[in-house]
Design a protein around this ligand. Structure first.
Ligand code: F0G
Length: 456
């Protein structure tokens, strides 16, 4: 097979600013060894997130000019509504400014003290919105999904038996919703199979509980189904997407991922009474029902992005470029979550730096070194992000110590990816010299964003 090429030409470019290793040593030190506190222009390749970092197409930019900025009933809203309905099939399409705004609305209405929600794995903001309402969030990831070094096609699947047992334990009347996150971001960007979506739906149906998709990376998930699940290789991605959504009663979406835009989201659903409550809350917190915190031009860009994201040349390039980076790292012996996920490579910091204990944050050490070595910005997803303290102030580490290299959509070329692999491999070769870190400042909540560190 010939090389899989970027399925686009570049019309507009953004200059990258080069820095020297000496400069980067000072920059990371001044930032308290926390890459969140570095100015973006000091970063050479930014793999902090795939959220809101997509390059838009010329057709999306044309949509930006077409945007109808009428307060109510804008033409752009109906274009958006049709595009979202084409994939979700849902009756009510409610625009929001990003994913967490949709989450806030649905969980404020369905949640509250004494309620329980289940997912394969809740993403942090989704969990935070469940907990903020006073409810509890429970994860039921399948067993294989918990083993970074073991390969399986659908490591994002939910554990069906555990879900059933959970519903029996807490009572269906206390469980307003089950959420499937596709792909499973916190679990390594791993896909959920159609079989699993169907089975989760069956359990939900048995107890009369609605099922929602946290649909951020729905197209990447669908493409994995096409590649890996029996009976889907000949179906179009759009057909697979439509089948995935057909089992769900609604969705929350961050358009900043698989709608290929820099801002936006939605809440979609079918229940008339619930939709009315959601729209009323939307008007209080986001905006009127036909713009929901967005400009008309944003709605146009999302509608166009949804057409482009299900294009199979795009998805082949997208999934292959992540896999390509993963393969280069695996071949050099770098431990990562296998197989590579859709939107990111997750380095297993525990196996990368066995000499640094969780209390000294091995993931943070890798993140700092990637920046110094090659100007790459990544994010620690381990004990800095998820660690808690016991009553004696001792760290309760996270189960996994990971570093995420998230790939922005349509932004970097193959030589950028080659460069990233070279830098990671260089850091891996010098791993014995890496040292741990201690935290010298931290906020009481979501400490990873603002914490400051010192090498030990
Ligand atoms: N759900 C999932 C699975 C996500 O990955 C995100 C965001 C959200 C919900 C929230 O969407 O940011 O538009 O409010 N993930 C980003 C990331 C921030 O870097 O993984 P949002």
């Amino acid at each position: 097979m010939k090389t899989i090429i970027e399925p686009f030409k570049i019309k507009s470019v953004e200059q990258i600013r080069f820095t020297t290793e000496e400069e980067r040593k000072k920059i990371i030190e001044d930032a308290g060894f926390n890459p969140f506190l570095i100015h973006a222009e000091d970063v050479l390749i930014d793999l902090l997130t795939d959220s809101g970092t997509s390059a838009m197409s010329s057709d999306q930019w044309a949509g930006i000019m077409r945007g109808d900025e009428s307060y109510a009933g804008a033409k752009s809203f109906y274009t958006f509504e049709n595009a979202v309905r084409k994939i979700t099939g849902d009756k009510f399409i409610i625009p929001t400014h990003q994913g967490r705004a949709a989450e806030k609305i649905i969980f404020s209405i369905l949640g509250g003290p004494g309620k329980h929600f289940a997912s394969n794995t809740f993403f942090d903001t989704t969990r935070a919105n469940v907990e903020f309402s006073g409810s509890e969030a429970h994860d039921f990831l399948c067993e294989i999904g918990k083993h970074p070094e073991q390969r399986a096609p659908f490591k994002g699947d939910m554990d069906i038996e555990a879900l059933d047992a959970f519903i029996k334990k807490y009572g269906k009347e206390n469980i307003p919703l089950v959420v499937l996150t596709v792909t499973n971001n916190s679990g390594g960007g791993q896909p959920v199979s159609m079989k699993n979506i169907r089975e989760v739906k069956e359990v939900c149906k048995k107890y009369g509980i609605p099922l929602f998709l946290d649909a951020c990376r729905f197209a990447e998930n669908a493409y994995f189904i096409k590649l890996r699940e029996e009976g889907y290789s000949k179906k179009s991605v759009l057909e697979i997407v439509q089948e995935m959504f057909s089992y769900a009663d609604g969705s929350t979406m961050s358009a900043k991922k698989d709608a290929l835009v820099n801002i936006g989201g939605w809440l979609s659903l079918n229940d008339d009474e619930l939709a009315m409550k959601c729209r009323n809350l939307l008007i209080v917190t986001e905006g009127f029902t036909t713009y929901g915190g967005l400009a008309g031009r944003d709605l146009e860009a999302i509608a166009q992005g949804l057409e482009e994201v299900v294009d199979e040349h795009y998805l082949q390039y997208r999934i292959r470029s992540t896999e390509y980076l993963g393969e280069k790292l695996i071949n050099a012996g770098v431990p990562i979550i296998e197989p590579p996920g859709g939107h990111a490579i997750y380095i297993d910091a525990k196996r990368f730096l066995p000499h640094i204990k969780p209390e000294e944050y091995p993931g943070q050490s890798i993140v700092c070194e990637l920046y110094v070595e090659g100007g790459i910005r990544a994010v620690e997803i381990g004990s800095v992000m998820f660690g808690k303290y016991d009553n004696n102030g001792k760290l309760i580490p996270s189960i996994m110590e990971l570093v995420r290299l998230a790939i922005p959509r349509r932004v970097y070329t193959q030589s950028h990816v080659d460069y990233v692999a070279e830098v990671v491999i260089e850091v891996f070769k010098n791993r014995d010299k890496l040292k741990g870190y201690k935290i010298i400042y931290e906020a009481p909540m979501l400490r990873h964003f603002t914490a400051k560190f010192k090498p030990v």
